[in-house]
Write a protein that binds this ligand. Sequence first.
Ligand code: ZN
Length: 52
Amino acid sequence: MPDEADFKCLRCGAEFKLHYVKGVIEERTCPRCGSNSVRLLKKKETAGEPGK
Ligand SMILES: [Zn+2]
């Protein structure tokens, strides 16, 4: 089931939420500038990740 996660564009600095499917890495594009330099900030379902 898709979840929402916070993403940030490394190009223009915009932060936005996108659907995120656990284990699936998709190419993201920034809704503001269209750049694909988008980074996942955090996953909503994971609270306090143990140090890997
Ligand atoms: Zn952007």
